[in-house]
Design a protein around this ligand. Sequence first.
Ligand SMILES: NC(=O)c1ccc[n+]([C@@H]2O[C@H](COP(=O)([O-])OP(=O)(O)OC[C@H]3O[C@@H](n4cnc5c(N)ncnc54)[C@H](OP(=O)(O)O)[C@@H]3O)[C@@H](O)[C@H]2O)c1
Length: 320
Amino acid sequence: MDWCTVIEIVVVAYIAIQILRLIFADCDLQLQWAEKFGRSTGSLARKVVWITGASSGIGEYLSYELAQAGCRLVLSARREEELQRVKKQCLSYGNLMDDDVLVLPLDMLKFDLHKPAVEEVLSRFKQIDVLVNNAGRAQRALWEKTDIQVDRDMLEINVLSVLSLTKQVLPHMIERKQGHIVNMSSIAGKLGAPMSGSYTGAKHALQGWFSCLRVEMFPRNIAVTNICPGPVFSNLLKTSFTEKSGELLGVEMMEGEKRMSTQRCARLSAVAIANRLDEVWIALQPILTVVYLSQYMPTITGWVTKQVGVKYIMKFREGK
Ligand SMILES: NC(=O)c1ccc[n+]([C@@H]2O[C@H](COP(=O)([O-])OP(=O)(O)OC[C@H]3O[C@@H](n4cnc5c(N)ncnc54)[C@H](OP(=O)(O)O)[C@@H]3O)[C@@H](O)[C@H]2O)c1
C-alpha cells in the first residue's frame, strides 16, 4: 500500500467518524469534544456565577449543575419562593454553605433595579465571575397576526433587559480584567422558526449584539458565550407570548414529547461555560443537522424547509 492510499483511508475514516458523531450527537462537534476532553465543570469551583431566570427550567437545572461544581451562586428571577426552593436543592449537594448562595429576586423588566442589584451582589461576594443571562420568554403566533406591541415586549425581555444588566456588570469585569458573559440564546437565534417571529427576531438580535461584544472584550480577557438550545423540557410554553400583548399561551410540555431533558441541556451549558466556548448548539436530531446544513447551504436548506412546511416543522418543535 502506498502513502497516498494510506492518507486516503485515514481521511475517509476521519470523515466517517465525524458523520457518525454527528448522527448520534445532541450538540455541536466542538462542545462534544469539550465534554470529553476539555476543562471539567469542577474548574469553575468557587467562581461567583449569577444566573437570571433561576426559578425554573434551564436556569434552575444549571444552578444545580454549577452548585455540584462548587460555584458560589446568585439566583435571580421574580418568584422568590421558587428561588428559595432552588437554593435549598443547591445546598443539598454539600459543596456549598448557606452564605455561598444569594437569592436575589429581580424583575428583569425593571431596568432601574439592575444597578442596585449589581451593587448588592458585589457587596456580598466582592466579585462577579460569570453572568448567565438566561431569563426569557417564548412566543407562538403567526407573523402577520402578531401585534407590534408583542414584538416590543419580546425585545424588552429577551434583548434590552439583557443588554441593560450586562452594561451594569461589565465595568466591574473590565476593572478586574476578567469575566464571562453567557447568554441563553436559542436555535431560533440561528434559524427562522415559523410561528415564533418575534422570538426568533429577538434571539437573532441577541446573537448579533453579543457577537460584537465578544470581539471588543477579547483584549480585556472577558469571554462571551452564546448558548443555542433546541426544544428542552421547561415551563417556557406556559408563559409564552401569543399574538396579543399580555396573553399567555398556557401550554404544558408533556412527558413523552421529543425534547432534550432539562438536566442534559444544563450539563452541556455548564461544559460550554467551563470551556469559554464562543457559541454552542444543543439540540436533538434532526434539528442539529438542520442547523449545520443551514450554516453552509442556506438556500438549499431554506428550499427544503419551505417544501416541508410550517405544520410539519411545528410538529418537530412541539416534540410530536
Ligand atoms: N425550553 C426551551 O425549549 C428553550 C429552547 C431554547 C432557548 N431557551 C431559552 O432558555 C431560557 C430559559 O427558558 P426555560 O426554557 O428554562 O423556560 P422557563 O422554565 O419558563 O424559565 C424562564 C425563567 O425566566 C424567568 N423570567 C421570566 N420573565 C422574567 C422577568 N421579567 N424577570 C426575571 N426573570 C424572568 C422565569 O422566572 P420568574 O417567572 O420567577 O420570573 C424563569 O425562571 C430562555 O431565555 C429561553 O428563551 C429555551
